[in-house]
Design a protein. Structure first.
Lengths: 328, 317
């Protein structure tokens, strides 16, 4: 188990370096010059060269990449002489736009994205799994049909459509909720929740529908297994059979899905955040795109990849706990 | 539910079914029995026809998608369309865009062309690449399998939406439609490759494959004649099931403004433009949204039915 974890951790680092390399290549192969952007309109050749040197853009590509990767682990000094800037571990560079450290920018925004992702995850798991399991246990009845028609419909709605409908229905017409404005959990938990309720719902409806469909088919498959029949034949109450024997292995495919989805969302739900104006990582990313702020784009991409691979690792380790058939 | 479809599909190429009960015929009969299949097929066919005949249809409506019509909007009400339901009239069948007065019918029809072209081409790339990679990994095993499987894992660890947005936004002077198709296709192949790999692993030591090998057939012949027909069922089902995701991805990218550029219409981009008018001109928002919703829904229902019939175990191996 420990050996397995260590081996997987090494894999995680490998994947992250590969993601960084690919991202890096894409952004530096393409002909946009951040130094020119930073220099502005009244720009002399010397000043441009000085800025390029300060940003490290005058070095060969492999060297820039090496500086970037090693900088993450050991920190690095950017520029030289009186303009030298010490960037401590974990150094992802500085934003070209406002010279803030990318790591600080990310950590500033993370609570917003995490609040959005975690709250929505609780909602969609509760809604999606209960719907899916109910439908599976009542397979081919009217309940099952109605639930699944609803799920397939909800899964076909794009998140921006759902969001607009929620804004229109609950804010404009009914006036039940305020227009979302992020309030940190530490300041006021109640208004944190009421402000995030709409974005949570918008995300959760889509994911709940997908999870309902997935958990239904997985649960139906599990309930047809011989060991379920054995458990029933032993005279166990239906409840015990469903909860203890059925759910446990029926939910393992859901766990994989959940790891990927949550990992992806933690690093910013770009569309949802931009619709509801939440200042999360997704919005940071979207803003960085329009200004060509490469360190920020690279930072967000890496963070997102890190969340996904770590979530996958966590899920695989959890398997060993949840599913007794899995041996690591 | 009869559950032998994929297995017998594999043998069907060598033994032609004598009495009209071959696996594909059975599948077709089963499909015809379902009401949801009929409805979703009709919707899919309607949208495909609409996309294919876009220039013809908009000519029939008498308007081109980029033609401004100042007479259809009210300049004193901030460019609000004149007439009921967002300016529906004999001239403009689905009303007009606020401010510009461009014909919504023509735009939706041309948008269908762009959206479906990108989604379907990206799907084709994903299916061909994924099937090839999956078969190669499963059949050859060993180092090929190791390399391809690592590559699948790696691709799946990429934050795909974020990455697609980033790639689309840095590329400046290229054909947006081609780039978008490639970018969407790039991240889709591992899913289908895994399904095909699993299926290939279970097929490659079947008696009929061994028989072909003993009979002196080469790898290429075995792969195309024996393995490929065996994985065809799950591949078809999976293909139909990924199309809605492709359509939604295209719409999301265009919605975010990194997809196709105006004046080329696409559904996602139309929705993005209509969002600011959702209060004053709701029809403008509803029409492209409804098209997107219906297409995604129809492909999902069709894919569900195909999966039930062609791949009863849900593609999981």
């Amino acid at each position: 188990m420990i050996l397995y974890t260590l081996r997987r951790l090494a894999g995680v680092i490998g994947v992250l370096i590969a993601v960084a390399a690919v991202t890096f290549t894409i952004f530096y192969v393409l002909p946009s010059d951040p130094a020119a952007a930073a220099c502005g309109k009244a720009c002399s050749t010397e000043r441009l060269a000085a800025i390029r040197a300060h940003m490290g853009l005058d070095r060969p590509l492999w060297r820039q990449f090496w500086d970037f990767v090693s900088g993450i682990f050991t920190g690095r000094t950017m520029g030289s002489g009186q303009y030298a800037l010490r960037c401590d571990f974990p150094c992802l560079g500085y934003s070209y736009q406002n010279s803030e450290a990318v790591w600080d920018l990310l950590m500033d925004r993370l609570p917003v994205s995490a609040s959005l992702a975690l709250g929505a995850a609780v909602l969609w798991l509760a809604l999606g799994l209960s719907t899916g399991v109910t439908a599976a246990l009542r397979k081919d009845t009217l309940t099952d049909r109605v639930l699944m028609v609803g799920a397939v419909g909800a899964a076909s709605l794009p998140v921006y459509f759902t969001s607009m409908m929620l804004i229109y229905g609950l804010i404009r017409v009914a006036g039940l909720l305020p227009y979302p404005q992020y309030v940190s959990f530490g300041d006021d938990p109640a208004s944190w929740a009421s402000n995030l309720l709409l974005p949570w719902l918008a995300l959760a409806i889509l994911y709940a529908a997908m999870y309902a469909r997935q958990s239904r088919s997985s649960m139906i498959e599990t309930m047809a297994e011989p060991y379920i029949r054995t458990a029933r034949a032993k005279g166990l109450p239906r409840r015990t059979v469903v909860v203890k024997h059925g759910l446990r292995s029926g939910m393992t495919p859901i766990l994989t899905l959940f790891g990927m989805d949550l990992g992806g969302l933690l690093a910013g739900a770009v569309i949802t955040e931009s619709i509801f104006g939440l200042p999360g990582i997704g919005r940071l990313f979207y803003g960085a795109l329009s200004t060509g702020d490469q360190p920020v784009i690279l930072g967000v991409t890496l963070l997102a990849a890190a969340f996904i691979v770590v979530a996958n690792l966590a899920v695989d380790l959890l398997y060993a706990v949840v599913d007794p058939r899995v041996r690591l | 539910m009869s559950s032998t479809a994929p297995d017998s599909a594999a043998t069907s190429t060598t033994a032609t079914a004598p009495t009209g009960s071959g696996p594909w015929q059975l599948a077709r009969r089963e499909l015809r029995r379902r009401a949801s299949v009929k409805v979703s097929l009709a919707i899919v066919a309607a949208f495909l026809l609409m996309a294919a005949g876009a220039p013809l249809l908009s000519a029939l409506g008498g308007r081109s998608p980029d033609e401004f019509d100042k007479s259809a909007i009210d300049p004193y009400l901030g460019g609000k369309p004149i007439g009921p339901l967002g300016g529906v009239s004999a001239d403009h069948w689905l009303g007009v865009e606020p401010v510009t007065g461009r014909d919504l019918f023509a735009r939706v029809v041309h948008g269908a062309q762009v959206s479906l072209l990108i989604a379907l081409t990206a799907t084709a790339i994903v299916v061909v690449a994924g099937t090839a990679a999956g078969i190669a990994a499963g059949y050859f095993g060993g180092r090929t399998d190791a390399v391809l499987s690592r590559l699948m894992d790696l691709t799946m660890s990429f934050p795909s939406l974020i990455f697609m947005i980033a790639m689309m936004s840095v590329a400046k002077d290229v054909n947006r439609i081609v780039l978008m198709t490639l970018v969407i296709g790039l991240f889709g192949w591992p899913g289908i490759a895994r399904v095909v790999r699993g299926q290939t692993l279970s097929l490659k030591h079947r008696e009929y494959v061994d028989a072909a090998r003993v009979g002196g057939a080469g790898s290429w012949r075995i792969l195309t004649r024996d393995i490929l027909p065996g994985v065809a069922g799950p591949v078809i089902a999976y293909t139909t099931l990924i199309i809605p995701g492709m359509i939604a991805t295209e719409a999301a990218l265009s919605y975010l403004g990194v997809g196709v550029r105006p004046p080329t219409p696409s559904w996602g981009q139309m929705i993005a433009e209509s969002v600011s008018f959702y209060d004053t001109d709701p029809m403008y928002f509803v029409i492209p949204s409804a098209c997107l919703f219906l297409t995604v829904l129809a492909f999902t229902l069709l894919g569900d039915a195909l999966r039930d019939i062609l791949d009863p175990r849900g593609g999981r191996t």
